[in-house]
Design a binder for this molecule. Structure first.
Ligand code: TRP
Length: 339
């Protein structure tokens, strides 16, 4: 395909720490799946990034395989997207090195995620943690991606990526587009946790988070434990947060008429939360179980996962080599033919 007929390029990374949950599914995965035909997609498991917070690598291989299996089970098709592992594309490290010379200490130290992580692991404030946004920039621009489907928490990293790109282009020559955060579709979905406190999370309040690997029983148990109350006594009253959350989850996985039934019951003060949660639990099981089983099946097939990783690495490396050729040329690091 000639350069100007190419589909717009999309890139995103997934850290192989923790299991995917419903928030990841509706916040990211669903977006990725919807984009795979209209865009040229590069989705990467960020195993190098995980070393900044998880230096012990005993569980790494297993976690990478799990994340890959879960992503494929959610509908990512390795034949239609480039699904690969960061450490398989060595050009990333080279580009990271060049970008490090354009990144200033002051701006890196000011990054919110750096400050948060430094606070969480005061005994391991390593340089990789400081330059995390530089490595992330390398991931993105290695494929000259324009769009990065990520949530709000990554906005600052993307702003930094645009700054690094501007500096590079200005100093050496226009090689990279400025990447922007991107949300496919209309509304940004926030998946509430089951205890009424914030969003579902990979690490915090695990009992209030529904994982894509949870058994039917665990799903039911978690939902039945969600906080409710006696129900409203005044028609059409406002919902407390924890009740709003249950409706929010129902909106994601239940049929519209089911949701409407409970909305009406709420508004006329006849709602029974026990019944509502039972219904939600069953609809959630119907939603999660097939993904869980598919992920299990993929995970149990090491040959298939190896093939996916190898093919992904090959496709990503092809794109990376093209970019790095341009990079070395504009930087004057092409000492002889073929570099
Ligand atoms: N920093 C991202 C996160 O914490 C993961 C990531 C690594 C990423 N490289 C990326 C996201 C490139 C988008 C693009 O979730």
């Amino acid at each position: 395909m000639s350069e100007n007929l190419r589909r717009p390029i999309v890139m995103s990374g997934i850290r192989p720490t923790g299991f995917l949950h419903l928030g990841n599914y509706f916040g990211a995965m669903k977006n990725y799946v919807a984009m795979q035909d209209e865009y040229e997609c590069y989705f990467m498991v960020a195993d190098w990034h995980s070393l900044t917070t998880h230096p012990d690598t005993k569980a790494l291989k297993e976690n990478v395989r799990t994340v890959l299996a879960e992503n494929i089970a959610c509908g990512l098709d390795p034949r239609r997207v480039t699904l690969y592992c960061q450490s398989h594309v060595h050009e990333t490290a080279e580009l990271y090195l060049y970008l490090n010379m354009l990144a200033y200490m002051g701006e890196l130290e000011k990054t919110t995620t750096f400050k948060d992580k430094a606070r969480l692991q005061p005994d391991n404030v390593n340089a990789g943690l400081l330059t995390y946004p530089v490595l992330q920039t390398a991931d993105i621009i290695l494929h000259r991606a324009q769009f990065v489907p990520v949530g709000k928490d990554q906005e600052q990293h993307l702003e930094m990526a645009r700054n690094f790109v501007k500096r590079f282009n200005h100093r050496y020559g226009e090689v990279f587009p400025e990447p922007v955060a991107f949300n496919f579709g209309t509304e940004l979905v926030k998946v509430p946790s089951l205890d009424g406190s914030g969003k579902m999370s990979k690490t915090e309040n695990q009992n209030a988070t529904l994982y894509l690997r949870d058994s039917d029983e665990v799903i039911r148990k978690k939902i039945m434990k969600a906080k409710t109350d006696q129900g409203p006594s005044i028609p059409h009253s406002e919902k407390p947060d924890y009740i709003e959350n249950i409706f929010g989850l129902m909106k994601l996985v239940s049929k519209p008429d089911v949701l409407e039934y409970y909305e009406t019951a709420y508004n006329v003060c006849t709602i029974r939360y026990g019944d509502m949660k039972k219904q939600l639990a069953e609809d959630m099981v119907t939603f999660i179980a097939p993904i869980r089983e598919k992920a299990k099946e993929i995970h149990a097939n090491p040959n298939y996962l190896e093939k996916v990783m190898k093919e992904g690495a090959e496709k990503a490396s092809t794109s990376a080599r093209q970019t790095m050729k341009l990079v070395r040329a504009v930087m004057g690091l092409n000492y002889f033919e073929g570099t």
